[in-house]
Design a protein around this ligand. Structure first.
Ligand code: ZN
Length: 316
């Protein structure tokens, strides 16, 4: 098969408090809240999407903030670290900004690149790396300029319980190319210029536990609906059981679990987040799929209101 994903479409993770989630991803990281909706399978829980100004594929992190959920443990069978890419020269700004908000940072190096690593308020592992590639975000918030703003995902570090199998799915199903091996990691590159560098530890990682502060799944890009059907066939031919093609309102989705335990999704670039609201007003109103509209009042009354707001400094 010759299909090649352009890279990460979105990453979906668990949180607890929705306002704290908005404060971290919009307030601290300066991402745009591009969609405020509910979990289509459980409308008592929000589904919050954060990305660049338009919520382009490759920039989107999504959360199910479930106030009563238990804390998870980052480990095998998950995206272990979510990597964001920032403009060249901006890491010192980010180090100071994160410290300003009381977030402790660590420095790491892989493949001759410097990483600034930190956790979100629930313990989800994140890192920032400077790269030239990828367009700058047009969304500026909270004193972050376009020369500093997160451009989107740089990639991810996949914690696999079976590194060999995961590597083989990346190469032979998703069409990434193996581009390097460093101390402890293999690196795979997808065709796009963002969300395109995926690192896999060479040794298997002990299984984690799902819950707040962990990633639920990673979605890979399909360029259109026609290619999405081809992906379903490709996944099936590779010996996995893909789900049906599911309409998620902002993209179509299919899911399969690879043998390293990580839930993979393939999601279409279209139709995008302007599907049901004005591009200038993304994320302001609670958007519901048509089949929930007649229950809007009850659904809204049951959710704690959230707002995007500027944050005060915190001492660490
Ligand atoms: Zn998804």
């Amino acid at each position: 098969m010759s299909l090649q994903t352009a890279g990460i479409h979105h990453i979906t993770a668990f949180a607890r408090n929705p306002q704290e989630n908005v404060d971290f991803y919009a307030g601290v990281l300066g991402l745009r809240l591009v969609k405020k909706t509910v979990n289509f399978d459980a409308p008592e829980v929000y589904h919050l999407y954060f990305g660049d100004h338009a919520g382009h594929p490759g920039t989107i992190i999504t959360f199910f903030p479930w106030p009563t959920s238990r804390k998870g443990r980052v480990g095998g069978g998950q995206v272990g670290i979510t990597t964001y890419v920032v403009p060249v020269g901006s890491l010192p700004f980010w180090e100071a900004r994160l410290k300003h908000f009381g977030i402790s940072v660590m420095k790491a190096e892989r493949f001759n690149e410097q990483y600034l690593q930190f956790n979100d308020n629930e313990g989800l592992r994140l890192e920032l790396v400077e790269r030239e590639a990828g367009p700058k975000s047009e969304w500026v918030f909270g004193g972050i300029t376009a020369d500093q703003a997160i451009k989107g995902f740089g990639g991810a570090v996949l914690f696999s319980t079976n590194a060999e199998s995961t590597a083989s799915v990346l190469e032979y199903v998703l069409g990434l190319k193996k581009v390097g091996q460093d101390v402890g990691y293999s690196r795979f590159q997808a065709a796009g210029d963002i969300g395109n560098l995926i690192d896999v530890p060479l040794t298997d990682v002990e299984r984690g536990a799902e819950g707040a502060g962990t990633v639920h799944h990673i979605a890979w890009r399909a360029k259109d609906f026609e290619e999405h059907e081809q992906w379903q066939q490709e996944v099936f031919s590779a010996g996995f059981i893909p789900t049906d093609l599911i309409d998620r309102q902002y993209f179509h989705a299919l899911y399969f679990r690879e043998k390293g335990g990580i839930l993979f999704e393939i999601a279409t670039d279209p139709p995008g987040f302007a599907n049901d609201e004005d591009p200038d007003a993304l994320g302001q109103k609670l958007m519901l799929p048509s089949w929930f509209e007649d229950r809007r009042e009850a659904i809204e009354a049951n959710l704690q209101p959230v707002q995007v707001r500027e944050l005060e400094a915190k001492s660490s």
